[in-house]
Design a protein around this ligand. Structure first.
Ligand SMILES: C[C@](O)(CO)[C@H](O)COP(=O)(O)OP(=O)(O)OC[C@H]1O[C@@H](n2ccc(N)nc2=O)[C@H](O)[C@@H]1O
Ligand SMILES: Nc1ncnc2c1ncn2[C@@H]1O[C@H](COP(=O)(O)OP(=O)(O)OP(=O)(O)O)[C@@H](O)[C@H]1O
Length: 303
């Protein structure tokens, strides 16, 4: 079913912003095989959107550019429904009702692309259902539910600039973090997150070197970001040749910095102004009409 998401049709709307790993340092390995990370993360205004409405029975529908990729897959595997089912289970255990609900997902973010679209949808589902079900769960309980759904879901629950450590569960907000004009690019080739981690040459790289002298304005943050890394970029490039070309193309449009996000293949470029990012996205689209390019701004830090 194709539904256009409009506010009047739903009780609540939630945005699911893309997660951008401005830097990702792999600093160690946990005993369970998960890698310890040090990440500088922000979120974009360009987002998936979700609508929530009370209903006689549970219902789910999809629209948006990338919805066909998910509609083909088993709907029960969708992170939105996994989040709904897990939250309902926890709500019942805490003595709350969690009645049937209709959820619509407008899927605007590319899938399996390193910008945590599925995690953002799961987090937005938790936020939306807590509103519609009027759930008053302690915030650490909600964070625990989020972490069960995926390493990126706690960060996406916050959706504000932050530093994350551990596997993403230790979060420090950056209230003064600036907004950046940004171009997102993706060659529309999915990259397997576990395979990228498997191909890492070293798992004990230096952490983010930020805490001693935290940058305090836009220009200082750009300089700091340029000095940081994404340790997953070299192994991802061995899996997906297009990442190197994509990164060069974004840089050639005048980006002040360009890097891969997460486990790839999405790369971002930072620009001084939104108009420059929009012009860059338009010319990148002319160069590679078969790839995905999107100009956007990132969300400013807030208390
Ligand atoms: C790379 C990041 O995108 C950075 O934000 C995330 O850490 C990945 O988060 P995610 O996609 O939610 O990943 P998960 O679904 O939790 O993990 C997928 C797989 O990636 C590997 N994995 C993931 C995260 C991590 N810190 N170490 C890992 O080794 C594991 O093999 C895991 O089974
Ligand atoms: N709502 C959803 N949106 C996107 N992917 C979903 C969703 N539900 C389930 N998935 C599945 O989850 C997997 C990861 O999707 P996602 O888009 O979150 O990856 P990602 O951007 O690489 O995430 P990360 O940056 O956390 O590694 C895909 O293989 C996809 O089939």
């Amino acid at each position: 079913m194709s539904v256009v998401l409009s506010a009047g049709d739903f009780d609540f709307l939630e945005e699911a912003p893309a997660k951008i790993n401005l830097a990702l340092h792999v600093t160690g390995l946990r005993v369970d095989g998960y890698h310890l990370l040090d990440m500088l993360v922000t979120f974009t205004r360009h987002c998936d959107r979700l609508g929530f409405r009370t209903s006689e029975y549970d219902k789910f529908s999809l629209s948006g550019r990338f919805s066909p990729l998910l509609a083909e897959a088993d709907a029960g595997g969708n992170l939105v429904l996994q989040a709904r089912d897990l939250l309902r289970q926890e709500a019942h255990a805490a003595g709350f009702e969690a009645p049937p609900v209709y959820i619509h997902l407008e899927k605007n973010l590319p899938v399996a692309s390193g910008i945590g679209g599925g995690s953002a949808d799961a987090a937005a589902t938790l936020r939306g259902l807590m509103r519609i079900w009027r759930l008053a769960l302690p915030s650490d309980a909600v964070m625990g539910i989020a972490l069960k759904l995926g390493a990126d879901v706690p960060m996406c629950l916050v959706s504000r600039p932050l530093i994350a450590r551990g596997i993403g569960e230790t979060i420090k907000l950056l209230p003064n973090f600036p907004s950046f004009a940004m171009v997102l690019g993706n060659p529309l080739v999915g990259v397997s997150t576990p395979e990228v981690f498997r191909r890492l040459a070293r798992k004990d790289n230096p952490p983010l070197a930020l805490s001693s002298q935290m940058p305090n304005d836009h220009a200082q943050w750009i300089e700091a970001i340029k000095r940081l890394r994404n340790d997953l970029e070299p192994p991802a490039r061995t899996l997906c040749n297009e990442i190197a070309t994509l990164s060069q193309l974004i840089e050639s449009q005048g980006a002040v910095a360009a890097r891969m996000s997460g486990s790839g293949a999405t790369c971002f470029g930072l620009f001084d102004h939104l108009e420059q990012a929009k012009a860059a996205a338009a010319s990148l689209h002319r160069l590679r009409p078969d790839w995905y390019f999107q100009a956007t701004e990132t969300i400013r830090g807030g208390a």
